[in-house]
Design a protein around this ligand. Structure first.
Ligand SMILES: Cc1cn([C@H]2C[C@H](O)[C@@H](COP(=O)(O)OP(=O)(O)O[C@H]3O[C@H](C)C(=O)[C@H](O)[C@H]3O)O2)c(=O)[nH]c1=O
Length: 357
């Protein structure tokens, strides 16, 4: 496919993280909806959907000011410096709970580099994909809304809080929107905690019978198609969304840990999967021992034990009001699909979920 030239009739959009789970389909949907998309991503594979006539692949290393400037200059030449939106999704994260200098280099300072480089542009909107995990958890029966207190318990949400603050305070003139997205799942799984829970039960791992918290708690999740839809709607309604608006995106009421255990057990083995409470100090020791035995590769880390009681249910009335968004998928009805895919080809299911099998 030939490289698209400047398309004056098509509003232009930069999408960072354009090869990602969210970024790739966001590029395609925006291009299909009539935009000219510039997909920013790291050098090398994987690549953005550049087979699409209106998606252009631009290499950009957010940790390097020269690279960011060069990428942005290229877009300036092709668009005259006018953009409908910047959808900024490239970010660092891992679930080890360990701090990493990449949170600062990529997520926080990378955003600053990008916004500095965009100073000469006229852009109508800057969307930053944040996470619901920047909020304090709520009580069972309550729902979190965007104005509720923020509290980061580990480096990943901390990096998102700091980046939201940097955008608001360091770049106050930007028409920013913060999409605080819940855990994204696909028909294969993908969402790390759900995938691990399914794997433990599939393998009849004894650890899968123990939980160091209140099994009535749960965490909101969102299907990838619904998350992508929310991003597209945010772009489409850019004129109507006030600057510095945060919007929570996720299924309002999560399945509890207990409900997930039972559903997964029933679907995989035809019976409920018994869950027993284990006191936190014991669970921490257990997690540390298992992690040491597995050379640091265990999914459950001691820091997660303290968060076992965290409940994330979401009040999504702002998403309804501002972008007319409600989730069209439910985790409860997608779980059987995930289970069928796991049972029909466990190796492929593991590969797709980044597990060794
Ligand atoms: C670390 C790094 C990443 N990227 C790109 C590579 C991928 O295109 C993208 C990350 O994609 P991934 O599939 O890992 O994650 P997504 O699920 O698409 O990302 C979303 O979830 C997660 C949880 C979020 O925190 C992101 O902000 C959010 O957009 O960022 C770069 O371009 N440069 C970098 O230095």
């Amino acid at each position: 496919m030939s490289e698209p030239s400047n398309q004056p009739d098509r509003p232009a959009i930069i999408v960072t993280g354009s090869t990602g789970l969210l970024g790739y389909p966001v590029c395609i949907k925006l291009a299909d909806a009539g935009y000219q998309v510039f997909g920013f991503d790291r050098v090398g594979l994987p690549e953005p959907p550049k087979h699409h006539a209106y998606v252009r692949d631009i290499e950009c290393d957010l940790t390097d000011s020269v690279s960011v400037r060069a990428a942005v200059d290229q877009v300036h030449q092709l668009t005259g410096g006018k953009l409908a939106s910047v959808v900024h999704m490239a970010a660092y994260y891992d679930f080890s709970g360990a701090d990493s200098s990449l949170y600062e280099k990529v997520t926080i300072n990378g955003t600053d580099r990008l916004l500095n480089a965009l100073e000469s542009f006229d852009f109508e909107q800057f969307i930053f994909t944040s996470t619901m995990l920047i909020h304090e958890p709520c009580e069972i029966g309550e729902r979190i809304s965007e104005d509720d207190p923020l509290e980061a318990k580990w480096p990943y949400p901390q990096s998102k809080i700091e980046t939201e603050r940097l955008i608001c305070e360091g770049h106050p003139g930007v028409r920013s929107v913060f999409l605080r997205i819940s855990g994204v799942y696909t028909d294969y799984g993908q969402q790390p905690t759900i995938v691990q829970q399914m794997k433990r039960i599939y393998e009849k791992d004894f650890q899968g019978h123990f939980f160091p918290g209140d099994t009535r708690v749960g965490q909101s999740a969102v299907h990838v198609d619904d998350a992508v839809d929310a991003i597209i709607r945010t772009v489409e309604r850019r004129d109507a969304i006030p600057p510095k608006t945060a919007i929570l995106i996720g299924e309002p009421d999560p399945l509890s840990y207990e409900e997930l255990q039972s559903m997964i057990g029933q679907q995989q083995h035809g019976k409920d999967w018994a869950t027993h409470f284990v006191p936190k100090p014991l669970a921490k020791v257990g997690a540390a021992v298992v992690d040491a035995v597995q050379g640091g590769d265990a999914f459950i880390k001691p820091f997660m034990v303290d968060m076992a009681d965290d409940h994330y249910a979401l009040d999504i009335s702002r998403a309804k009001e501002l972008i007319d968004w409600t989730p069209q998928h439910q985790l409860s009805t997608t779980l059987p699909k995930m289970t069928n895919l796991l049972k029909s080809d466990p190796d492929q299911w593991c590969r797709k979920n980044g597990l060794s099998g």
